[in-house]
Design a protein around this ligand. Structure first.
Ligand SMILES: C[S@@+](CC[C@H](N)C(=O)[O-])C[C@H]1O[C@@H](n2cnc3c(N)ncnc32)[C@H](O)[C@@H]1O
Length: 201
């Protein structure tokens, strides 16, 4: 399981086209969330960590969101994204380990979580939560999806339960929504929680 901490593990999965998690489209609940945001949100600083082929980043860009940062430590999906979106600002495409992002350099209004939490080693969950909180501005929020299902601990995705997430995230976040998702992609019906939580002041 240690290898999920390494960019090479994921890069190889992209090179071998062994990317079962990739929906090939913007996740429907996240599209619905983005669609109800007001015009005034379009210049907010948004982070999409572990973005992979980054359909959500592409969609945000197409909808006129100007300050979206894509982070992934595997170069292959970033390269592919840059080819699909040649007008996307290159400085907002960051090939880096999420855990190395410096809060002094990066501060976001909100973060979009989409199959990144489930990709990291479960032993690093508290580290993810703590680091995520440091990357958010005061009143910043974490929005997205978490698996509401256990897939075992052999290989990603690493799932979990609402109870576990509530307990862990409550250390750094006030949870506004953590509820079964009603508009998941058909392949993920009944296995996702929609989350919206605010970093504690
Ligand atoms: C399961 S994939 C999900 C990709 C994308 N969010 C999607 O839904 O298609 C997990 C992604 O997180 C990236 N990743 C895993 N650990 C990372 C880390 N510590 N820092 C940055 N990216 C990471 C992997 O390279 C991979 O692209």
């Amino acid at each position: 399981m240690e290898n999920v901490n390494q960019a090479e593990f994921w890069q190889q999965r992209y090179e071998q086209d062994s990317i079962g998690w990739d929906m090939g489209q913007v996740s429907p609940p996240l599209k619905a969330y983005i669609d109800q945001l007001p015009e005034s949100a379009k210049d907010q600083a948004i982070l999409v960590p572990g973005a992979g082929n980054a359909y959500e980043v592409g969609y945000l860009h197409e909808q006129g969101f100007t300050n979206v940062t894509l982070v992934d430590f595997a170069p292959a999906p970033i390269q592919a994204f840059a080819e699909r979106y040649p007008d996307f600002p290159a400085e907002q495409l960051i090939c880096s380990d999420f855990f190395n992002l410096s809060p002094e350099q990066y501060q976001f209004d909100w973060v979009l979580e989409q199959t990144f939490f489930c990709a990291i080693n479960p032993a690093r969950r508290d580290e993810y939560i703590q680091h995520m909180a440091t990357l958010l501005k005061a009143k910043g929020k974490l929005v997205g999806l978490l698996f509401d299902k256990d897939f075992g601990r052999q290989e990603p995705p690493f799932g979990g339960t609402k109870e576990e997430y509530q307990q862990r995230f409550a250390t750094h976040f006030d949870i506004e929504i953590m509820e079964p998702c009603y508009n998941s992609h058909p392949a993920r019906q009944g296995s996702e929680l929609f989350i919206k939580m605010h970093v504690k002041q």
